[in-house]
Write a protein that binds this ligand. Structure first.
Ligand SMILES: N[C@@H](CCC(=O)N[C@@H](CS)C(=O)NCC(=O)O)C(=O)O
Length: 269
């Protein structure tokens, strides 16, 4: 089999999905780290490989693939289909979860990740240098969003909107888990791989307390965290939450969304 090369960043949620998939399938791969804190995704050499300037990207058999969910399906095909359910309905359900992660979860993850973790790094950079770097970003919407966010104060409204979306996501998971053991069927699938990355992000953001009102999703998350592939996907730094996170600030946000009045009630976080 041709070698699998993954261009990824350890702290990227979409890269996590692919690393977890590789680990679940037991496929050997070579790591090519793209250091997002140094904006290596905007280096000419990386843009030549992936013109979108995003991670992950996977090189296999001389081809480059640049969408995490497509990559995971390709990996599953390479490994002869261990992670997509057998029935057509369940396969469609698994794909609807991976699309949901791409279209709802991932966009919602960006404001809290930026405001609570990355902003602290970006404000240390010279404004001019940052603007120059962003001018190289091939995606105008991303470039404009980063520039606006970097120059703005902490965006509580955007972060709260994300936390509310996370709660909706967990409600959806809770409903699915009333009828099947795993998200798409009674077997672990690409749906669980995709949403495992969401669990890791909640842990990193000190938001795992959002799981408390959802007992089935909370048990599912515990099972997910116990899988060896989950630890492998986390990579070398397993510190959760991220050391840059302001735990008190996050507890206040969760209290607001969960309807608590004070942060003292958030002890189980
Ligand atoms: N739809 C793409 C999204 C990839 C993506 O947005 N990756 C983020 C990291 S999770 C990234 O490269 N961010 C760098 C940037 O926006 O400049 C996928 O799922 O592969």
């Amino acid at each position: 089999m041709s070698a699998i090369e993954l261009f990824h960043e350890w702290g990227s949620i979409q890269s996590f999905k692919v690393r977890m998939c590789l680990a679940e399938l037991g496929l050997p791969w070579t790591s090519q780290r793209v250091d997002l804190s140094r904006f290596e995704n905007l280096d000419a050499a990386y843009l030549a490989l992936n013109p979108k300037g995003l991670v992950p990207a996977l090189r296999w058999n001389g081809n480059v693939f640049d969408e995490s969910s497509d990559i995971n399906e390709l990996l599953d095909d390479i490994a002869s289909g261990a992670l997509l359910p057998v029935t057509l309905e369940e396969r469609a359900r698994a794909r609807s979860w991976t699309r949901y992660e791409d279209e709802v979860v991932h966009p919602a993850v960006r404001p809290p990740t930026f405001n609570l973790i990355l902003k602290a790094r970006v404000i240390r950079l010279d404004r001019g240098d940052f603007a120059e770097l962003m001018a190289r970003h091939p995606l105008p919407t991303r470039r404009d969003a980063y520039l606006a966010a970097a120059n703005a104060p902490f965006d509580r409204t955007a972060v709260l909107a994300s936390v509310r979306t996370f709660r909706t996501v967990l409600e959806r998971m809770e409903t699915a888990l009333t009828s099947t053991t795993w998200l798409a069927s009674d077997n672990f699938s690409l749906a669980d791989v995709a949403m495992a990355a969401f669990v890791d992000r909640l842990d990193r953001l000190a938001m795992e307390g959002l799981l408390t009102p959802f007992p089935l999703a909370a048990k599912w998350a515990t099972r997910i965290r116990m899988r060896s592939a989950f630890a492998i996907a986390q990579g070398p730094d397993k510190t959760r939450p991220d050391p840059l996170i302001d735990i008190g600030l996050v507890a206040g946000l969760l209290a607001e969304v969960l309807g608590h009045n004070t942060t003292t009630e958030m002890e189980p976080l």
